[in-house]
Design a protein around this ligand. Structure first.
Ligand code: ARG
Length: 586
């Protein structure tokens, strides 16, 4: 987008100097001082022309000042360029009116494929509050990559394998449950959790029970049909619960291949490691020595009892993903606590000479801390009245609190609309809180802060959007018969309007940064910046009647309203890329 402003200027300069336009365009960038729009360091061009840089800068200032809408000034060897609001508007508004999504699309990933492994919870357990992080960072990344032209495969690598299931089956058998018990349970996942706790306690107290659990684990691994059927049942019950939360959050996946899927696909990896002489025995277990790569410990590949390990499963899964998708990049959105795990198996993939090894990225993130009213402190687990809160509980509470605000501010909405707005705002509060700061930072969550409409929050952005929607609705009432289509961007002459447009033009750069650094906060911050410029534009109208969007001059009002429509659409698009909804009324 910024290119649209810079290109004609680069053309003019290149023509004047008789140099290839890319040579000028590459140098023309945003200035160090925010008051100006573009700057051109003249060293390289001056050299090409055999002139001292300050002289060239002065010469070019004269050329540009002869152009309508431009103000140029030489500052030593630099050329600073200002662009009139009306010229900015005439350049940017028409393409944005034609397609507001232009501001949030990029072609940087055209033709490339990315696999994004995110959320990936362990089954037969509830989604805990901390699962919000991987789930929503991964969701935002999926959408942003897609907006940059990447072909995205979203993968939920379920933790659906392990000895826990042998235990669960043993407990189920001991207590004589049937399918009807699970189906009839108020919450099947809680039912399984409680069963797990009981059987674990029993196994601790009674070696006989412990042996039963181990026997069921073996039968499950050996493919015993009763064990497999029960495992399937437990898995489906968890998946149903997961899907409900994902639906609430608006998250979906293309692949649900979990750890169990790879159980019989690890042999090729093991054999290959063996053949290359990379496997070493270590107290009965098989490991790959990584001391040459600077690791203190080797990477565990197979347990002493023959059981496979997390790293081996990740290697097998990665081979499978590469064979299926030939990815150009593969992301693992997993907390920083697992950094060593990823470093280790990435290093093993390197030792195996995998062609994809440089395409792997561990997208690590910090923990989320929840404010605890009782202890007046930040805690790693969310609790309410001392009871741990699940992700779904936090989401529901956020929606309930948002509902109270909606009831107060929008008593006229009908029931269904109030519910929908409260859901959008409650979710938006929780999601944005997680995305607004750099992902490596720990995140603090407190309902009051996340829902604060005056803070840097999801609801603040959603409110900015709803406010613009309301102005658009009022335009029709204020000027019956007038059409936004008759707008003339040349009438957008306020400095604030220019700021809004420049903030819009920055969105694309932010989007590219999200993808380059796997950092959704870049877009979150750019949207906050846009909302701030909009807010000062609208405040200018409060101070002075002629600066209002719906001012007395119908043509100016129509032009401003057109800009309102463009910003509104871009905000909605930006919010949806981050995984938030944008209600029209709040
Ligand atoms: N299931 C794991 C956990 O809950 C996360 C899996 C992350 N993805 C991966 N490919 N290792 O800790």
């Amino acid at each position: 987008m910024l290119q649209l402003l810079a290109q004609p200027i680069a053309d003019t300069i290149a023509q004047h100097l008789d140099l290839p336009v890319h040579q000028v365009a590459d140098l023309l960038g945003p200035p160090s001082r925010p008051a100006l729009d573009l700057a051109l360091p003249c060293f390289v061009l001056a050299k090409a022309k055999g002139l001292p840089p300050p002289q060239l800068a002065a010469q070019l200032a004269e050329v540009l000042n002869a152009q309508p809408g431009l103000t140029a000034q030489a500052a030593g060897p630099f050329l600073n360029i200002g662009i009139d609001p009306a010229l900015v508007a005439r350049t940017l508004v028409p393409p944005l009116v034609a397609d507001p999504r232009l501001a949030l699309r990029s072609t940087s990933g055209q033709g490339q494929r990315v696999c994004i492994d995110f959320s990936s919870p362990n089954i037969a357990k509830h989604l805990a509050f901390h699962h919000i992080r991987s789930t929503m960072l991964g969701n935002a990344l999926s959408r942003c990559y897609a907006a940059c032209g990447w072909q995205v495969t979203r993968i939920n690598f379920l933790g659906d394998w392990g000895t826990a299931f042998g235990r669960l089956i043993a407990g189920w058998m001991r207590e004589g449950f049937s399918l009807a018990d699970l189906d009839g349970a108020e919450d099947p996942v809680t039912f399984l959790n409680e069963l797990y706790v009981r059987i674990s306690q029993a196994a601790k107290a009674d070696p006989q029970v412990a042996e039963e659990a181990r026997a069921w684990s073996r039968r499950l691994e050996d493919g015993d049909s009763t064990a497999r059927e029960l495992w399937q049942l437990f898995k489906e019950a968890s998946l149903r619960a997961f899907r409900k939360v994902y639906a609430l959050l608006g998250v979906d996946f293309d692949s649900w291949k979990g750890e169990a899927f790879y159980e019989d696909k690890m042999q090729p990896v093991l054999s290959e490691l063996q053949q290359r002489g990379l496997l070493v025995e270590d107290q009965g277990a098989l490991v790959v020595d990584l001391s040459e790569q600077g690791f203190k410990k080797p990477c565990l590949i197979q347990r002493a009892d023959g059981g496979s390990l997390y790293a081996t499963r990740d290697l097998a899964a990665c081979d499978d993903r590469f064979a299926e998708f030939a990815f150009d990049r593969s992301l693992y959105v997993v907390d920083l606590g697992q950094s060593l795990h990823f470093q280790e198996w990435f290093a093993v993939a390197g030792r195996l000479g995998r062609p994809y090894v440089d395409r792997l990225r561990h997208v690590g993130f910090g923990v989320v801390l929840m404010w605890n009213d009782e202890s007046q402190g930040w805690a790693k687990t969310a609790t309410r009245n001392g009871v741990p809160m699940l992700l779904v509980d936090v989401l529901e509470e956020a929606v309930t609190r948002a509902r109270a605000v909606v009831d107060e501010k929008n008593p006229d909405l009908d029931e269904a609309e109030k519910a929908a707005v409260a859901e959008a705002v409650g979710m938006g509060a929780v999601i944005f809180n997680d995305l607004k700061s750099g992902r490596r930072n720990d995140v603090k969550f407190r309902f009051e802060d996340a829902l604060n409409m005056q803070g840097e929050t999801g609801p603040y952005l959603q409110y900015a959007h709803a406010r613009l929607c309301s102005i658009e609705r009022r335009f029709g009432d204020t000027y019956p018969g007038a059409a936004v289509a008759e707008a003339d961007p040349g009438l957008l002459t306020l400095a604030q309007e220019k700021s809004v447009l420049l903030a819009l033009a920055q969105l694309q750069k932010a989007l590219d940064k999200v993808v380059a650094e796997d950092e959704p906060s870049a877009l979150a911050q750019a949207l906050l910046n846009l909302a701030a410029t909009v807010s000062s534009w609208l405040s200018a109208g409060n101070a002075e009647r002629s600066a209002r969007v719906l001012c007395d001059d119908a043509a100016v009002a129509a032009s401003r309203c057109q800009l309102v429509g463009v910003v509104r659409a871009c905000l909605a698009e930006g919010l949806q890329l981050l995984g938030l909804r944008a209600p029209e009324r709040m």
